[in-house]
Design a protein around this ligand. Structure first.
Ligand code: C2O
Length: 490
C-alpha cells in the first residue's frame, strides 16, 4: 500500500478496509473506491494542515432547532434535498452518509463521542457545499427541554415515514429529563460518562457504554423508532440533530470537568476517517476533535471563548487497571426474565468496604476524582426487543413498579441498535457492557441511614418492556456485575 511508515492509515486499517469494501459492494464507489481513494493522495485540505487555528476568528454557532430562523431551516432543507438526490458523488449523498455510520461508527467505547463529533463536522461541511451557504450550522434537538420531535421535522424532507413516535409522544423523563442529564453531567470520570477504554474503534467486545450513550442517546434512538433504531439511523434527518445535542452535552461536561479527558495515546492518536463533498478521504485524529472551537463551531450554550475547554491532561487510565481489592464482581447465572428482578450478591473486600463507607460519608468537595462504578458486562438483549433496564443497589424489593425516584436506584439504560439484525449485520448483536455511576446513590442511602458498609451488598437488575405495560416473555442475557472504586486505579 502507498501508505508510508508511520502513516496513520496503518493504525486504522481494519475498519477502513471494511469500509472501502462496503462502499464498493453497495455500488457507491463510482470510480472513487479504487486505488486512488485508498492511498490518501487527494485528502481535503483540512486533514493536511493542523486543524488548530484554521477557523479561529470565525466560530459559527450551532443553535437549538427551536431558535432556528425560517431562513436557517430553508438552508438545511435545501442541503438535504440536494444530498437526497445523490448527485455526482454518492458518498456525500444521503444514503452514502448513512452507510458511513453503518460501517464505521463506534459504540460502547470511548471513541463514541469523538467519532460522532467528527462525523457531524464533515456532514456539516457537506451541507455547506450542498446548500451553497458557507455559514450553515447544524441545529440541535434539546430533548431535555423539548421531549417531543421538533415540529419542523414532520414535514418533507425532514420527516421519515418509518418512525414509531407520534407527534405528541414524549421521550421518557427517566432517560432524557433534567434530573438524569444533570446527574450524567456531574460524573467525574470520563469513561463512566463517555465510554470505556480500548485500542480499536470497533473491538469485538465493547468495553462499556458511558452514561450519556446508554441512557439518553440510546433512548432517543428507540423512542423515535424506525430507521433510528438501526445503524442506518442517519437516514432519518433527526439523527443529526440528536447527535448534535449529544455533542453539545459533551462540551457542557468538559467545561464542568476540566482536565478530565483521557491523555492516553491510544485515544488521542486514533484517526477517524470520513469523506468530503468531492468523495475524497479525509480524516482527523481524536485529539483534533476535543475543542469545538478548533473545528470552527460552538453551541449557543457554550462560552464564546475557549476558556474552560482544555486539552487533556488527565492520566488516561482504563477500567482494567482497577486493582482487584477495589473491585467486587459476580457472575449472573440465569438469563433475566423481563419484568422480574434479578438479585446479584457482591462480596467486597474489607478494603473496598472501607472505601465505600468513606465515599458515602466524606465531604463532596474532597471526592473530585472518585466514583463508585457499577458495570453490567456481557449484555445481549433479545433480537428486535425494546427493553429498558433499571439497576438498583441494596433495594429490599424491586418490582416493575419500583420508581426511579427510589433512593436505591442507580440508573437505567436501553439499547442501540435494536432493529432486526439484517439491518446492521453482525455488529448489531455484539455483546455490550454498560457503566453506571453509583456515588450519588451510595451517598443518598447513607444519608438516610439505609446503607451499612459492613452489611450485604446487592445489585438488582430489572428489564422492562419499554411500553411498561406488557409483561412479555423475553429474556435478557447479562453475564456479570461489577462494582469498582475508581480511585483504586493503579
Ligand atoms: Cu452511532 Cu446515535 O449513533
Amino acid at each position: 500500500m502507498p501508505n508510508g511508515p508511520g502513516s496513520p492509515s496503518q493504525v486504522r486499517y481494519p475498519t477502513r478496509r471494511r469500509f472501502l469494501k462496503s462502499v464498493a459492494l453497495a455500488g457507491l464507489g463510482a470510480g472513487l473506491a479504487g486505488e486512488g481513494a485508498s492511498c490518501g493522495v487527494s485528502r481535503s485540505s483540512d486533514s493536511g494542515a493542523p486543524l488548530v487555528g484554521i477557523a479561529r476568528g470565525k466560530i459559527l454557532v450551532r443553535k437549538d432547532i427551536e431558535k432556528a430562523t425560517p431562513n436557517e431551516i430553508a438552508v438545511l432543507k435545501h442541503a438535504i434535498e440536494v444530498m437526497k438526490k445523490e448527485s455526482k458523488n454518492p458518498r456525500a449523498g444521503w444514503r452514502g452518509q448513512a452507510n458511513i455510520h453503518q460501517v464505521s461508527c463506534p459504540h460502547g467505547n470511548w471513541f463514541f463521542l469523538p467519532w460522532h463529533r467528527a462525523y457531524l463536522y464533515y456532514f456539516e461541511k457537506i451541507c455547506r457545499k450542498a446548500s451553497g451557504d458557507d455559514a450553515f450550522t447544524l441545529p440541535y434537538w434539546n430533548w431535555t427541554k423539548s421531549p417531543t420531535i421538533p415540529q419542523a421535522f414532520w414535514d418533507e424532507p425532514f420527516s421519515d415515514g418509518t418512525r414509531k413516535a407520534a407527534k405528541q409522544d414524549k421521550a421518557k423523563d427517566e432517560f432524557v429529563g433534567k434530573e438524569i442529564v444533570d446527574r450524567i453531567l456531574a460524573i467525574n470520570d470520563f469513561e463512566t460518562f463517555a465510554g470505556g477504554a480500548t485500542k480499536e474503534l470497533q473491538p469485538e467486545k465493547q468495553p462499556g457504554q458511558g452514561r450519556l450513550e446508554s441512557s439518553p442517546h440510546n433512548h432517543i434512538h428507540n423512542f423515535v423508532g424506525g430507521n433510528m433504531r438501526t445503524f442506518m439511523s442517519p437516514l432519518d434527518p433527526l439523527f443529526w440533530l440528536h447527535h448534535a445535542n449529544v455533542d453539545r452535552l459533551w462540551t457542557t461536561w468538559v467545561t464542568a470537568h476540566p482536565k478530565s479527558m483521557p491523555a492516553a495515546k491510544t485515544w488521542l492518536e486514533l484517526p477517524l476517517d470520513f469523506f468530503d463533498f468531492e468523495g475524497n478521504p479525509t480524516s482527523m485524529k481524536v485529539q483534533e476533535t476535543l475543542n469545538t472551537h478548533d473545528l470552527g463551531y460552538r453551541y449557543d450554550t457554550q462560552a464564546e471563548t475557549t476558556a474552560g475547554e482544555q486539552r487533556p491532561s488527565g492520566d488516561g487510565v482504563g477500567h482494567e487497571s482497577v486493582s482487584e481489592e477495589f473491585r467486587a464482581s459476580s457472575k449472573i447465572s440465569d438469563a433475566l426474565r423481563v419484568g422480574t428482578a434479578a438479585i446479584i450478591d457482591l462480596f467486597p473486600s474489607g478494603k473496598l468496604r472501607e472505601h465505600l463507607g468513606f465515599l458515602a460519608n466524606a465531604p463532596l468537595q474532597s471526592l473530585k476524582e472518585s466514583e463508585i462504578r457499577v458495570t453490567i458486562r456481557g449484555i445481549r438483549p433479545p433480537e428486535g426487543s425494546d427493553l429498558d433496564v433499571r439497576v438498583f443497589v441494596n433495594c429490599p424489593s424491586v418490582t416493575r413498579d419500583t420508581p426511579v425516584s427510589d433512593a436505591h436506584f442507580i440508573g437505567s439504560f436501553s439499547f442501540f441498535p435494536t432493529g432486526s439484525s439484517e439491518e446492521h449485520g453482525h455488529r448489531g448483536r455484539s455483546l455490550t457492557s454498560v457503566f453506571l455511576d453509583g456515588l450519588k446513590t451510595f451517598r443518598a442511602l447513607r444519608e438516610r441511614k439505609l446503607y451499612d458498609p459492613q452489611g450485604p451488598l446487592q445489585v438488582q437488575l430489572i428489564a422492562l418492556n419499554s411500553d411498561r405495560e406488557s409483561i412479555g416473555t423475553g429474556q435478557l442475557i447479562a453475564e456479570q456485575v461489577e462494582l469498582d472504586y475508581l480511585s483504586g486505579r493503579t
